[in-house]
Design a protein around this ligand. Structure first.
Ligand SMILES: C[S@@+](CC[C@H](N)C(=O)[O-])C[C@H]1O[C@@H](n2cnc3c(N)ncnc32)[C@H](O)[C@@H]1O
Length: 257
């Protein structure tokens, strides 16, 4: 009987996948992933979770998977789009999709007439996918490759901050506090913040990474008094693999100065 590490070494040689020696642990299939790809992915993920940087993780995802092969794919980000249209009808409003990745939200925002759009992501590969898809329309968008935790934007330059499935990756209070500080610095008083995470009955992992799950109340608690909770919505997201993931969306107005 081979030990897990010996088995990992044998599989790695077989697949010619680089593997950091000290990180060899076999991962279990994660509930948000395509079961058909799970066996192969688990072999590759030997060492990935503990050895690869966060940015490296996301670059790898977008280099190796088509945008409709990831669990969070939506042909249209309908809940997000409807909320943005409801909260901010002004086509000149500055809307930022944080951790936008390869989401088609920006396509639909352009089609809806919004003219002042930014998409931020930690992964340049993700943004390249979206830029290629948009073609010349990509010139209408500001693209920012940055870790949201390190983001420094001109003060009060954003009218709508949108984040679907990024905040839930922040599993320490230090990261979350920094995120909230960044939102407060970036979003105008009177501007809007839409944050969506896995709900309390959502998966415990996303893209193989651990996440923090929230109710509407516990998500709003992370942001606190400067954010007036206007409402929340639940979404049952059907993944491309036919499984369901429960999301919560909270939307708030930043208090006027
Ligand atoms: C689960 S995906 C969601 C993508 C998109 N929002 C959607 O709903 O289709 C998470 C996205 O956040 C990006 N991301 C993860 N951590 C980030 C960080 N610290 N700063 C900026 N982007 C991040 C990833 O590259 C990825 O595109």
């Amino acid at each position: 009987m081979l030990s897990p590490i010996a088995l990992a070494g044998r599989l790695r040689r077989l697949l010619e996948v680089p593997l950091g020696g000290a990180c060899a642990t076999l991962g279990a299939q994660e509930p948000d992933e395509n079961p058909k790809q799970a066996a192969l992915k688990n072999i590759y993920s030997l060492g990935r979770n503990s050895c690869m940087s966060e940015k490296g993780h996301w670059e790898h995802v977008y280099k190796t998977k088509a945008s409709d092969e990831v669990s969070w794919f939506q042909p249209h980000a309908k809940t997000s789009l409807d909320l943005i249209k409801k909260l901010e009808p002004d086509p000149e409003a500055h809307i930022m999709d944080v951790g936008g990745g390869a989401s088609l939200l920006v396509d639909d925002l352009i089609a809806s007439g919004y003219r002042n759009l930014s998409v931020l992501d930690i992964s340049s590969s993700a943004l390249e996918v979206t830029q290629k898809r948009l073609g010349v329309a990509a010139n209408k968008v500001r693209w920012i490759v940055e870790d949201v935790i390190r983001l420094s934007l001109p003060k009060h330059s954003i009218d709508v901050w949108h984040d679907r499935a990024v905040f839930h990756f922040l599993t320490t209070s230090v990261q979350r506090d920094q995120y909230v500080k960044t939102v407060l610095n970036s979003v105008k008083p009177g501007g809007h913040v839409i944050v969506s995470t896995f709900a309390t009955d959502g998966p415990e992992k996303c893209s193989g990474l651990p996440v923090q799950r929230y109710s509407a109340g516990s998500l709003h608690d992370q942001f606190g008094e400067p954010f007036v909770l206007l409402g929340h919505e639940y979404e049952n997201h059907r993944t491309p693999f036919g499984t369901d993931q429960h999301f919560i969306y909270c939307y708030c107005r930043v208090v006027d100065a």
